[in-house]
Design a protein. Structure first.
Lengths: 393, 89
């Protein structure tokens, strides 16, 4: 019968080991290995190798494939002293990981050598419970959830699109949500604007949305801008610093304003628009992809744009489009997946079809093109919802 | 025959249809054929004989401006007309 010592020695003989000095040199190289911390949560929270992935030893076999599908990736696995990591390295080799070394001396030796250590920012127990379904997704996980909590999303409009978008972003734990809207809640809004409620009729939409969001998730800080977005206030509002803008505006002047500002401030915009049974969604990433003016260089003249009276929208349609916007925003924030950048999704709820057309960057775009002709904000005069033309034309 | 998808904002001009069929070798031909039957579309689609800047036409999912413009051969693919749409509330 083998003792623990026998088992450890036998295991160490079967794996690669690396000393802390060599490991640190590898970490500073142009292709650094992934440091994999297999200690318990409490140990990890007290300090870890910067950038390390944390998977407790007991969950290693069940979770590693999802977290690290690339089996050729160079891995330095460590624990506190080099024993648990030896067993972990053996398991990883058995799972097909080709380039694994166990850190001899472990984190204790790393720290004693005076090498860089970071204290991971961790979720509180209530946050671990709240976001548990995110933590289970390899593409999100604890690091992704931390990222969301530190993220800032600005919503233009707390109406049809802003309602579902704000609710899902808040539920997802986006830490700061800004909302720009000058309107008050009207009873005709409640057929679709689910962030508001009957008792809020007459209340400012931004305050109504703030109350709903804070009741849903106290982690979220809601910044309200009870004003209409204009060329006068847009610099101040964007100056508060935003990672993503969700455009749920109801008129062309605001959409062009948001677009031009986003290009100049280098902020991605998740665009959504709705009309009756149909909606459009796309993502505009400044410089990397097209902008709204690449798609539509100018708004239609007022006489050709649909009139307010002809409008109307199926109540659930903004639910679909606004939720897609929230999903795209989360992907942009997390840096995962393929967003709708360069693709315009066309949703028809009456026929239940989802079509896609490609949107390319226009080198002649007046805002993001090679020789921009628009370099300051244009105030389009609003004629009625959905219509506008430049002042003086 | 080319199938042409009509956006909701232009349906009033074509009698409420979601999709109509039209003849033509190239995009210009198809759109002109459409306008012969639905003259009200002309203002919505053309400006000085060219595609208006506030409307996009997609052939097989590609913006015709990135192909050969109105001279792009349709080749049995379907067209989508798409004017800018602003609604969000």
């Amino acid at each position: 019968m083998a003792s623990y010592r026998d088992l450890l020695n036998r295991t160490k003989a079967e794996i690669e080991e690396i000393g802390t000095t060599d490991a640190r040199e590898r970490a500073a190289s142009s292709e650094p290995p992934l440091f994999l911390d297999v200690r318990e949560r409490e140990e990890w929270e007290e300090g870890a190798v910067p950038g390390a992935l944390h998977v407790p030893r007991g969950q290693l076999e069940s979770r590693i494939e999802g977290l690290l599908p690339d089996r050729s990736r160079e891995i330095v696995v460590y624990c506190s002293g080099g024993s648990r990591s030896a067993f972990a390295a053996k398991s990883l080799a058995e799972l097909g990981y080709e380039n694994v070394a166990s850190l001899t001396g472990g984190f204790t030796d790393w720290k004693r050598s005076g090498f860089d250590v970071e204290t991971p920012v961790t979720l509180t127990p209530p946050q671990r419970a709240r976001y548990s379904r995110h933590l289970l997704i390899p593409e999100v996980g604890e690091a992704g959830q931390q990222r969301l909590l530190a993220s800032r999303v600005l919503l233009i409009g707390a109406g049809g699109l802003g309602s579902p978008a704000s609710l899902y972003l808040a539920a997802a734990g986006v830490g700061t949500i800004g909302i720009v809207d000058a309107d008050v809640v009207d009873d005709s809004n409640l057929q679709r604007q689910i962030v508001h409620s009957t008792e809020r009729i007459g209340e400012a939409k931004v305050l109504s949305a703030k109350r709903t969001i804070e009741a849903l998730n106290p982690d979220v800080d809601v910044k309200t801008y009870e004003e209409r977005l204009t060329s006068e206030n847009i610099e101040r509002i964007l100056g508060d610093g935003w990672d993503v803008i969700i455009d749920g505006a109801d008129n062309f002047p605001t959409r062009y304003l948001v677009n031009d500002a986003s290009v100049w401030h280098d902020i991605p915009v998740v665009h959504g628009s709705i009309y009756r049974f149909e909606g459009q969604v796309t993502v505009f990433t400044p410089q990397a992809g097209p902008c709204y003016r690449c798609l539509f260089p100018t708004p239609p003249p007022p006489e050709l744009a649909p009139s307010c009276a002809e409008g109307g929208v199926l109540g659930v349609l903004p639910g679909i489009i606004g939720s897609l916007q929230a999903s795209e925003a989360l992907k942009v924030l997390l840096g995962i997946g393929d967003t709708l950048q360069g693709r315009l999704l066309l949703v028809d709820a009456l026929a239940t079809t989802f079509d896609e057309v490609s949107v390319e960057r226009d080198p002649a775009c007046p805002v993001c093109g090679e020789h921009p002709t628009i370099t300051e904000y244009i105030d389009y005069v609003e004629f009625c919802a959905g219509v506008g033309r430049p002042v003086g034309t | 025959m080319t199938a042409v998808r009509i956006p909701p904002t232009l349906r009033a001009e074509v009698g409420g249809e979601r999709q109509v069929e039209a003849h033509g070798e190239d995009v210009r031909g198809v759109l002109e054929n459409l306008i012969e039957r639905y003259p009200a579309l002309a203002l919505q689609l053309f400006e000085d004989g060219e595609l208006a800047p506030f409307v996009n036409v997609y052939l097989g999912g590609e913006d015709v401006r990135t192909l050969d413009g109105l001279e792009t051969t349709v080749n049995g693919k379907s067209l989508i007309l798409l004017p800018a749409m602003a609604g969000g509330s």
